[in-house]
Design a protein around this ligand. Sequence first.
Ligand code: KG4
Ligand code: ZN
Length: 358
Amino acid sequence: MPLTGMGHVLGIESSCDEMAAAVVAGGREICSSVVASQVEVHEPYGGVVPELASRDHVRVVSGVVEGALRQAGLGLNDLDGIAVTAGPGLVGSLLVGLSFAKALAYRSGLPWVAVHHLAGHLVAAEVGDPELSPPYIGLVVSGGHTALYRVTGEAAPDLLGETRDDAVGEAFDKVAKLLGLGFPGGPAVSKAAEDGDPEGVDFPRPMAKRSGLDFSYSGLKTAVALEVQRRGGLEAMDPQAVSDVAASFQAAAVDSLLARTRRAVEREGLDQVAVVGGVAANRRLREKMKSMGARRGFQAIFPPADLCTDNAVMIAAAGARALAQGERDGWAVSAFSRVPVGDTPWRPPQDSEAVRGT
Ligand code: KG4
Ligand code: ZN
């Protein structure tokens, strides 16, 4: 059922190495979705090169947006609003999508809103499952973020806990590099892990003995590096050994997400958990979280994989909700690279360290 007060909204997302555009109707019906990935651009470097990412975004942005409108069978005049990611992310990348969205809004006179990237990831779960409605626990697991929220339905969800160092997706990417598995790392580690023994190496479960809801992944990444060293380096490891280390790392990373989520569910007394962000595409996490939910009396909701990784459907959906609540942004809004620790400026800060003049 469409949500009332939300017409057709165009979403644009360019916070990292994907340029994406989508049209969503009624806040959750997907009319179109186009994602231009840059895997080939960054593959030779084993990670995202910010300068190359923004240059490629400039090259493809108009084609991607036109593609999303064409796929939806709509023109600019048929839209009711525009939503665009303003941060957090790579500022050079963000500015491409943001400037393009502003230009479209200027030309068409349409209302537009800047969207927080994580607000988008969280809403993806509501797009994927119409039964899901606040309040619920939101676990965001991506390349840049690992955080637990109480999603209240208000503009800003409550932050319950977050990583103190690396994000879990970042740990997958770094371990992929250590194990020579290539880029992007998450899917590569998870594929190698399929043939490995998750109990082959007894890696530490990060933060297992600490109370609270924070995460930490840099120690686990170091433990994997030491294990590779202990085995005489990557050259001395056969494919089975690589798979065993990958599977054992994945088991430890997933276990720590499960333990924190379980604690959050108990503390907040909620019975729905939405797991979103690129790492939510991980098969072991999906299976283990669902079975823990079945045992402990909560429902674990995962968006389909293409709504987990970066996309513009989630930005259009989050923007539709903001627009329906009467929110509008002005030309002064700019890109911002990070959220202050322990804080969640759901509306992009307009007078902070943000880059100005776009
Ligand atoms: O949400 P996302 O597309 O971009 C960010 O906002 O960061 O997440 C990308 C992250 C990367 O670190 C990638 O390695 C990880 O999600 N990822 C996975 C899987 N698919 C993507 N990690 C583990 N298993 C996967 N199947
Ligand atoms: Zn993301």
